[in-house]
Design a protein around this ligand. Structure first.
Ligand SMILES: *Cc1c(COP(=O)(O)O)cnc(C)c1O
Length: 438
């Protein structure tokens, strides 16, 4: 297939996500023909190191044999069956394992991350309604938060480029200070910022808890805000405050779950258990769309009744898809067999000290930060259109980066090795210097 005709057919037939289509008059689309490990290959045979894990979903590389085999095996049994009134082995086994790992249960499935957010918000408000407190129907969310782009998720998302155009469609909720460590004022530590943000949360909860169903947070890292990182103390405090003011705590671990922050789930680092957890992205190793919300027994019990009006009557056509569940089970098996969390810890420490230290020391990079398998830094006095320029310059180096504003970050598949990491650091440095010296 001729590449140019594929690109023009794509521009004619496909409305690409998160894109001003007119920009493709000058910004070329990249036709991907294959992938192997951390590498994507275009139709001309050029290779790109996938340093953003294909939008934060891929954990163990492209063309991973064990995940592929699991999907194939399931494909020979049953590809899909509705989950209302029916069940199957992969969804049961996955729900059991996720229950074990999160300390929660009653796995409720959706398709993409945003559907998990919708489920958690609806479940939280309906929980209070079933307890006779329907006025508890609003939510608290953090500055710079991102929870997806459906209307409910946008109502707890604070990223203007995603939200502003839809403001009239989006319900008003309570926004509170982000614990982002970069908000430190003179002499403050990251812990101090977390403490100050927790005080702001308390002020809002004290004043409005009678109308608040839940607080929703991205534990430890606010990804779409540009990898804003914060001290786990904030989560500990948020848990205490939610208990004190009778408000549920929703942990959106869609991006940070499955080892991304250095523990299987980010909440573990604060020693807390949320009332609801949202999981997606890495759950299938980046193979198939799947999302799930797990909750406490108390929430589940509030819906358990003779009356259908008290039931959680929410569904998506592909809820609990067996192929996706099989991919998720294979992903969890790799965590166990390859001792992924411990190995990642060693790799992250080695690269932070080694190849990535050079970027940390770059004269134009500020706030270099790391949490598990995420590294990020903010480029000072970034030129106009920096994100797009660095994206293009990094492709020249054989690297796929997708900066957020003036923040560049790495969120690589966990199978990245030492030589890949060195290649990534070298190429990023070259791309950055090319953009800044332009
Ligand atoms: C990506 C993301 C979502 C939305 O997931 P989609 O699959 O893109 O709908 C929600 N919350 C967080 C924290 C995310 O990073």
């Amino acid at each position: 297939m001729n590449t140019n005709s594929l690109l023009s057919r794509s521009l004619a037939a496909v409305w690409h996500p998160c894109t001003q289509m007119k920009h493709h008059e000058t910004l070329p689309l990249l036709p991907i023909a294959g992938g192997e490990g951390v590498w994507l290959q275009d139709s001309d045979g050029r290779r790109y190191l996938d340093a953003v894990s294909s939008w934060w979903v891929n954990l163990f590389g492209h063309n991973e044999p064990r995940i592929k085999a699991a999907i194939r095996e399931q494909l020979d049994r049953i590809e899909h069956v509705m989950l209302a009134g029916f069940t199957h082995e992969p969804v049961v086994a996955l729900s059991e394992q996720l229950g074990e790992l999160t300390g929660l249960g009653h796995a409720f499935y959706g398709s993409d991350g945003a559907s998990a957010t919708e489920i958690a918000l609806k479940m939280a408000a309906h929980y209070w309604r079933n307890l006779g407190q329907p006025q508890k129907s609003r939510f608290v969310y953090l500055q710079d938060s991102y929870h997806g782009e459906t209307l409910g998720a946008l109502s707890v998302t604070d990223v203007p480029i995603f939200r502003s155009a839809y403001a009239p469609l989006v319900r008003d909720n309570f926004i509170v200070m982000s614990p982002d460590a970069r908000r430190a004022e003179a002499g403050e530590s990251a812990r101090d910022v977390a403490e100050r943000a927790a005080q702001a949360l308390e002020t809002t909860l004290a004043a409005h808890h009678s109308e608040i169903a839940a607080v929703i947070v991205e534990p430890l890292v606010q990804g779409a805000a540009g990898m804003a990182m914060y001290d786990p103390l904030y989560l500990t405090r948020a848990r205490e405050l939610c208990d004190r003011y009778q408000v549920l705590l929703i942990a959106d671990e869609i991006a940070v779950g499955f080892g991304r922050t250095g523990t299987l789930f980010a909440c573990e680092q604060a020693g807390i258990r949320p009332d609801l957890i949202c999981l997606s992205k890495g759950i299938t190793g980046g193979y198939l769309p799947l999302a799930v919300v797990l909750c406490t027994d108390a929430i589940y019990t509030a819906f358990y009744d003779d009356s259908s009006a008290r039931a959680f009557l929410h569904s998506h056509s592909y809820t609990g898809n067996p192929l996706a569940c099989a991919a998720a089970l294979a992903t969890l098996a790799i965590f166990r067999s390859d001792d992924v969390i411990a190995r990642n810890r060693d790799k992250a420490a080695r690269w932070s000290e080694g190849p990535f230290a050079d970027l940390a020391a770059h004269p134009r990079i500020r706030n270099w930060r790391q949490q598990g398998m995420i590294w990020a830094g903010d480029v000072s006095a970034a030129p106009e259109g920096f994100a797009r320029k660095l994206y293009l310059a990094s492709l020249q180096q054989g690297i796929l980066l997708r900066p957020i504003g003036s923040t560049l970050y790495f969120m690589p598949p966990y199978i990245l090795d030492d030589s890949d990491a060195a290649f990534l650091a070298r190429g990023t440095r070259a791309a950055l210097d090319a953009v800044l010296n332009d």
